[in-house]
Design a protein around this ligand. Structure first.
Ligand code: NAG
Ligand code: NAG
Ligand code: NAG
Ligand code: NAG
Ligand code: NAG
Ligand code: NAG
Length: 832
């Protein structure tokens, strides 16, 4: 990837290697999401009519209204306003029915679907209409028959559930004659009594046991008279099944970790009031509408803490995301698991990745991040910005002991187990504040402040893996005990000297002339659900040299609910091109919130973000590599298929290709080799090619403007820019086969591109006489005795005379292996 200025054939060094080489090899873990590649034979085009015929002619839709009213009023409104037939109001008989609601469920005939939805959405009081998605959570079973959202190849990739470990070991507390097992049990007891790791006993002895804390457990229910619990307040029914009991063990286990009082698997807060919301059927199925009703009920009944057992990559599921905002806005502290999709980066699950939710990752008892724990910055902001730090905290998530249905103890692993651990800690902490003061002091922001400020930083993980670190119950207790409402920034320090915590920042110093480096911090506002930035943030360098830094700020104008963001865009001024050293100082920002109830004055607080930056002289051109982020697209919003077709259980490219997520190993390798890598977040026309040795185009999905194509040609031929392209596959027949019918939206989902957008790349490379084909190749190869795997990619079908092409024999797995096409977009003439 080195640029040189030799004749044409040489200076244009094209690298075509699958980027999968650069990813972790050990992605096969036992707790991944349940996305499964659709069976190609059920999604083939010839099946269209079959599939459609089998679907019912009506489907349920959620109609959201702009205000809360009795369901009956909403129904009357719709019936009075809608002239068309072909729809029906669905009555929901559940405990939320006695409270006002903000949505209705209607069944709509397929034949009039489009017209009716349009008519609904035109109504003044209707916010929007969306499909009532059905979710299914994976069963606790081993093997490949996962019951996931994709298992039958027909479900939309909506919310997908984090699954528990498949390896659960039940260990009986009753008398057991088998000595091996009882030995095992003792070992487990010593090691996995999780409450003891956090020193919960210290707080119990002070009399704090979670009393008068209302904990909503959204799960599979719980048995009424389970002996491990002394305070099951209410069990509610949100499914269509005739039971409130837990027949799976998931809900019971979770409740046990939080509030179990049985000696061998003690929970954190045994007096916590348990409100068991049964939102999953025995088959682990649920619907958006069930969740929305249950959420509304949680708000109406003033729950304090809610732990959500749902998560997935789709942060564009608006009814859901907005309902979560509403919940936290109503002062319900929400705890959720960050996901079980590690060790890959960019794998955070929603809603745990929302700043108003406490997102929890998992560690093992050696204080190492558990391999399954999702990590990498949040990906909502990619490609145009930079993700936030998540998870917020980590907790033990391996082999945790909790209650089983049969009133014994059992152990489970997964971030979905670490999450109830934190929920338990939160319940215990809530009970530390005297009841009359709770609404004044406790809220999603102040609880998060207590958790992140108290947390213990782990030595060998970065902030995008561990957040603030391991939950430290007693430190957080100290912080809460003397808490005064205030705002703060998380993380509160960006220290280029602190490696690996400040990775990737600590891996590459700043220098003059570089693209802006973005750090996206979160504002936590414990003063009120609503807050504002009083005046623009300011930079206070600790000495003269700090003036060499130029910072631009972007931030939330309105901080709601409880949280916002403050992004730094940092550049070193041109005059410091030779400067080498450290720059220190603080960024401060003033936040205010309207007076709380009974107060006269606005609440104010100044937050500080401490910066310790490292600066080096601008590196020579040949060492500077520019990474094109601008042309990268991921799921959501479109169906972007995975790159390697070998990865069968994950059909979508949802990790967000970025140097600091998916490609973090490549970033580290380039750094190790002495290169400096910058990120281009704008079109190819927006950079000065004189500054860079190489432009890296990796796995890109977007198209290029004519101006970009022209400029790149000029950059390469006249300015001597090197270009490295990692292209991936694009094969129309295969893409058609990857279509699947979405049961929920009753539409076909077709990939918007292949692993990469080869036609667009061919347009870009046409001026050089280079083109990729449509094969899908993989296999092993070796260069200079080094063996590597070409996991997935395509072939080069056109190359200028005098150039060098290295060729290796690979396997072709494309559907149309017999034909070989040059892929060009419509604007180009097809040569062949
Ligand atoms: C569909 O594919 C599966 C496995 O890929 C196979 O077991 C099954 O027989 C196929 N069904 C048909 C109808 O081809
Ligand atoms: C007890 O141990 C023996 C082997 O020592 C094993 O075969 C048997 O299945 C065990 N019993 C139970 C109840 O697990
Ligand atoms: C739960 O609600 C559904 C739908 O209203 C009902 O059919 C079912 O009988 C209820 N189950 C229980 C245990 O109340
Ligand atoms: C907490 O959330 C995780 C997943 O996000 C889930 O597995 C667990 O069951 C939830 N616990 C409760 C109490 O709802
Ligand atoms: C920072 O994160 C927030 C919240 O996701 C986002 O709205 C904003 O665009 C991000 N800023 C940058 C510069 O990436
Ligand atoms: C920056 O903030 C830290 C922590 O609040 C403080 O210790 C330090 O003195 C501040 N430095 C400057 C230059 O204001």
């Amino acid at each position: 990837m080195v640029a040189s200025r030799s004749p044409f054939a040489n200076y244009f060094l094209l690298v075509l290697v699958s980027f999968c080489l650069l990813r972790f090899g050990d992605r096969i873990n036992y707790e991944t999401l349940t996305l499964t590649l659709p069976r190609t034979n059920t999604t083939a085009v010839s099946d269209v009519n079959d599939v459609v015929d089998r679907e019912p002619a009506r489907r349920n839709y959620i109609v959201r209204f702009v205000e809360y009213k009795d369901a009956e009023d909403h129904r009357a409104y719709l019936q009075g306003k809608i002239g068309l037939d072909g729809w029906e109001w669905i009555e929901r008989r559940n405990p939320a029915a006695k409270f006002p609601t903000d949505f209705g469920v209607v069944a709509i005939d397929d034949s009039v679907r489009t017209a009716l939805i349009e008519e609904f959405e035109r109504l003044e009081l209707v916010k929007d209409v969306s499909a009532d998605l059905s979710y299914s959570r994976s069963v606790l079973a081993e093997g490949d028959d996962r019951v996931g959202a994709f298992a039958d190849g027909k479900k939309r990739p909506g919310k997908i559930f984090s699954s528990m470990s498949y390896s659960e070991g039940e260990c009986y507390a009753t008398a057991i004659s088998n000595s091996t097992i009882s030995w095992n049990r003792q070992l487990l007891m010593q090691r996995y009594q999780v409450t003891s790791f956090f020193g919960a006993r210290g707080l119990w002895e002070k009399g704090y046991t979670g009393a008068k804390v209302k904990m909503a457990i959204f799960d599979t229910g719980i048995r009424a008279n389970h002996p491990h619990f002394r305070n099951i307040k209410e069990r509610t029914n949100w499914t269509n099944e005739d039971t409130l009991n837990d027949n799976l063990g998931h809900g019971t286990f979770v409740a046990g970790v939080i509030a179990g009082q049985y000696d061998e698997c003690l929970g954190f807060a045994p007096d916590t009031e348990i409100y068991a919301f049964r939102v999953f059927t025995d088959a682990q199925v649920s619907y958006t509408s069930w969740f929305l009703d249950a959420f509304n009920y949680a708000i109406a009944t003033n729950m304090d803490v809610l732990n959500l057992s749902i998560g997935g990559p789709d942060y564009l599921d608006l009814p859901f995301v907005e309902k979560v905002w509403e919940l936290t806005a109503n002062n319900i502290i929400m705890v959720s698991a960050i996901g079980n999709d590690g060790p890959l980066y960019g794998t955070l699950n929603n809603p745990a990745d929302q700043s108003d939710v406490i997102g929890v990752g998992g560690i093992d008892y050696g204080d190492h991040i558990a391999s399954f724990s999702s990590r990498g910055m949040s990906t909502w902001e990619i490609p145009h910005g930079y993700g936030r730090v998540k998870p917020d905290v980590v907790a033990y998530g391996r082999e945790i002991m909790g209650s089983s249905i049969s009133a014994n103890c059992k152990s489970l692993s997964g971030t979905s187990v670490a999450s109830p651990v934190v929920a338990g800690v939160v319940c215990l902490l809530v009970s530390v504040i005297p009841e009359h003061d709770r609404k004044n002091i406790l809220n999603p922001a102040s609880m998060k402040q207590a958790l992140v400020e108290g947390a213990a930083k782990l030595p060998d993980a970065n902030m995008y893996e561990q957040g603030a670190g391991r939950v430290h119950l007693l430190e957080s207790y100290e912080i809460l005990k003397s808490y005064q409402p205030r705002a703060s920034i998380f993380p509160s320090i960006l220290d280029y000297m602190d490696c690996p915590y400040s990775w990737p920042f600590c891996r590459q110093p700043l220098y003059a002339g570089a693209m802006p480096v973005i750090f996206n911090a979160t504002i936590l506002n414990g003063m009120g659900v609503l807050g504002y930035v009083e005046s623009p943030p300011t930079w206070h360098p600790s000495d003269e040299e700090g003036n060499l830094l130029s910072i631009r700020f972007t931030y939330s104008e309105v901080i709601w609910p409880w949280t916002g963001y403050l992004a730094l865009h940092m550049q070193i001024k041109e005059e410091a091109a030779l400067f080498s050293g450290e720059i220190e100082g603080n960024v401060t920002v003033k936040i205010y919130s309207p007076p709380a109830q009974g107060e006269k004055n606005v609440r104010r607080s100044t937050c500080v973000l401490q910066l310790k930056l490292k600066v080096v002289p601008t590196p020579p051109r040949s060492k500077r590599v520019l990474w094109d982020q601008f042309h990268s697209i991921k799921y959501p919003p479109g169906y972007i298929p995975r790159d390697s077709l070998d990865v069968r259980n994950d059909i979508l490219d949802w990790h967000g290709d970025h140097l600091h997520t998916n490609f973090h190993i490549m970033f580290n390798m380039l750094r190790d080799a002495g290169y400096y890598v910058e990120t281009l977040g704008s079109p190819l026309t927006c950079f000065d090619a004189h500054q860079y040795g190489t432009l890296l185009l990796v796995d890109l999905e977007d198209e290029y403007f004519k101006e970009e194509i022209q400029k790149l040609r000029d950059d390469v031929i006249n300015t001597g820019l090197g270009l490295a392209v990692f292209a991936e596959w694009y094969n129309v027949d295969t893409m058609v086969k990857m279509r699947f019918f979405d049961d929920n939206t009753r539409s076909w989902w077709t990939p918007v591109t292949g692993g990469a957008n080869i036609p667009a790349l061919n347009d870009l490379l046409a001026p050089f006489g280079i083109a990729f084909g449509d094969k899908i190749l993989n296999g092993d190869f070796s260069i200079d005795g080094e063996h590597s795997r070409y996991a997935s990619g395509t072939d080069i079908v056109r190359f200028p005379a005098g150039g060098y092409v290295h060729a290796f024999p690979f396997m072709d797995s494309s559907e149309s292996a017999a034909t070989q096409n040059v892929l060009l977009t419509s604007g180009m003439a097809k040569v062949r």
